[in-house]
Design a protein around this ligand. Structure first.
Ligand code: C2E
Ligand code: MG
Ligand code: MG
Ligand code: MG
Length: 281
């Protein structure tokens, strides 16, 4: 009976994996159509400038509004898109939408920069770099309105190629931000070599820094080191007033997290920025 039960568990798992696999395969088949149908939408999460208490920059975070499956978060389709070579067209859709939204905000008197997440894989794709260059040539917004967020893994896979690509973007006027800092490897080497403007400390370190001594030391010294290297620092995952106060106290430049705002659609972002401005006035 015990064996039968085990077998049962085994078959259930196999069936689940198979169902999951089939779901993923069909999801990827739908992604091309989703892009064409406008189901790929971009939400924006503010980065609050701690010195001025203003929102001068945001991060673009992609979502898929699926007609039958509902709202799908990036963790459920970005890895798949990377594996199936759909990450380049997907990222270009996100980048173009972001540029159009930045231009629209600018037309309404809100001068903001926006960061787009760039998968490690794309740094070794020449066609992608060419496509970015072509998109910039459309002059939707000035390149200095755009930031690319990359993770340390980007530099690890093929350091020479990643460095060359990031230098190309920098030369085009796009600022580079190192995302999820502290969770990857060989961080100090890359910090020194890569043409970075910004460093984002992962929320893993930030979240408990106001009540965990070790986290506090690491966050504080990361901020100091980044400043000494001429980088701006963003703290991710600010979920309460205590965390925000701690980061303000140690001179961190920007804060991002649910306590400030969740990622929101473009219109809500403008409402949020307006509300902050009128509150300050
Ligand atoms: P990320 O770039 O590190 O983005 C931050 C993630 O943390 C976002 O999740 C955001 O909603 C979430 N977050 C923000 N504040 C808080 C907080 O206070 N507490 C907690 N617990 N979480 C917070 P999201 O939107 O689900 O995105 C997940 C990841 O998907 C992103 O991590 C990014 O790596 C990736 N991603 C999103 N959009 C794109 C894209 O257009 N292209 C690529 N290649 N990757 C993307
Ligand atoms: Mg990011
Ligand atoms: Mg991040
Ligand atoms: Mg993170």
């Amino acid at each position: 009976a015990e064996n039968a039960a085990r077998l049962g568990v085994f078959w259930t798992h196999a069936a689940t994996d198979r169902a999951q696999m089939e779901r993923e395969v069909s999801l990827m088949g739908e992604l091309d159509d989703a892009i064409a149908a406008g189901e790929i939408v971009v939400y924006y999460q503010p980065k609050l400038s701690l010195a001025t208490d203003r929102i001068a920059s945001v991060e673009a975070l992609v979502r898929w509004c699926h007609p039958t499956r509902g709202f799908i978060g990036p963790d459920h389709f970005i890895p798949l898109a990377e594996q199936t070579d759909r990450i380049a067209p997907l990222t270009l859709v996100v980048l173009e939408q972001t540029m159009r939204d930045v231009a629209a905000w600018q037309a309404r008197g809100h001068c903001m920069t926006a960061a787009v997440n760039i998968s490690a894989k794309l740094l070794t794709r020449r066609e992608f770099t060419d496509a970015v260059r072509a998109l910039l040539a459309q002059n939707i917004v000035a390149p200095d309105r755009i930031v690319f967020e990359v993770t340390e893994s980007a530099a690890i896979a093929d350091p020479a190629a990643a460095l060359a690509t990031l230098e190309t973007y920098r030369d085009l006027g796009i600022a580079i931000s190192m995302d999820d800092y502290g969770t990857g490897q060989s961080t100090l080497t890359y910090l020194k070599q890569l043409p970075l403007s910004e460093l984002k400390i992962d929320r893993l370190f930030v979240q408990h820094a106001h009540r965990d001594r070790a986290d506090a030391v690491m966050v504080r010294s990361t901020v100091d080191m980044a400043h000494a290297l001429g980088l701006k620092v963003v703290a991710e995952g600010i979920e309460d007033a205590e965390a925000l106060a701690f980061l303000r106290g140690i001179g961190c430049d920007m804060a991002q997290g649910y306590f400030i705002s969740k990622p929101v659609p473009s219109d809500d972002l403008i409402a949020l920025v307006d509300a902050r401005l009128s509150k300050a006035a």
